[in-house]
Design a protein around this ligand. Structure first.
Ligand SMILES: Cc1cc2nc3c(=O)[nH]c(=O)nc-3n(C[C@H](O)[C@H](O)[C@H](O)COP(=O)(O)O)c2cc1C
Length: 210
């Protein structure tokens, strides 16, 4: 959950050397605002749930992030990877529903569980179905896991993919370890502090919103 846990995990896994440039609200240049019609408009920031697994715990995180994004003032909707997979088989089609979502997005948040230290195949399939549409799109990552490392490895695995497709990975990465213990029966977080890092991520999405 905590950003320092992410960097600690990264160090432990000896991947610190390939850390991408950090993006923070403080250091973001004002020229990073592009393609925005009006600063008064709500920014369109979909929340992508990256697993199609039956019984997925990550859905709780995605729904929670959606509520927080609405409260923050984003125009967000939950995008479930399950609903888009059948449109990805024909590689000649570029006007897919997913393409429509990405083209009009000012930013994106990916909620992804960690599966065998990586991302779900269906998430990669969806991401790989487009390329130029992602250019300069600020993307926040929420890593989810049942274990203590909290999805840090899936975040690390996703970063080079997102950089390769031309997106901007914003900080802080948000980690949701031991997800089975994080929410009560109504989906509210047991520890309200988990919202703090989310707000910093939202702030940085605004800084780099396209
Ligand atoms: C195929 C598979 C592989 C997994 N690999 C990992 C892993 O590498 N590290 C980890 O912390 N948890 C791992 N988990 C546990 C998930 O993190 C856990 O199920 C958590 O609830 C998030 O995934 P979910 O949204 O599918 O429930 C794995 C789960 C599955 C189904």
């Amino acid at each position: 959950m905590a950003e320092h846990a992410y960097f600690l995990a990264r160090k432990l896994l000896t991947l610190g050397a390939c850390a991408p440039p950090r993006v923070s609200a403080k250091s973001a240049p004002s020229t990073s605002f592009i393609n925005k019609e009006s600063m008064n408009d709500k920014l369109n920031v979909p929340i992508l749930l990256g697993t199609a697994r039956e019984g997925r715990q990550s859905e709780k995180v995605a729904k929670f992030v959606l509520v927080e994004a609405h409260q923050y003032g984003f125009d967000s909707q939950l995008i479930d990877v399950r609903d888009y997979l059948t449109t990805l088989i024909d590689k000649t089609k570029h006007d897919t529903p997913w393409a429509g979502i990405v083209k009009k997005a000012n930013g994106l948040i990916i909620v992804s569980p960690e599966y065998n230290h990586g991302y779900p195949g269906e998430l990669k399939l969806l991401l790989d179905s487009l390329y130029k549409e992602y250019l300069d799109l600020p993307i926040g990552i929420c890593g989810v896991s049942g274990g203590l490392v909290g999805g840090a490895r899936v975040a690390m695995a996703l970063e080079p993919v997102l950089i390769e497709i031309g997106a901007r990975v914003v900080r802080p990465i948000n980690l949701f370890p031991q997800v089975q213990n994080l929410f009560d029966a109504t989906g509210n977080p047991i520890d309200p502090k988990i919202t703090d890092k989310l707000k910093l991520m939202f702030d940085n999405i605004i800084k780099f919103a396209r």
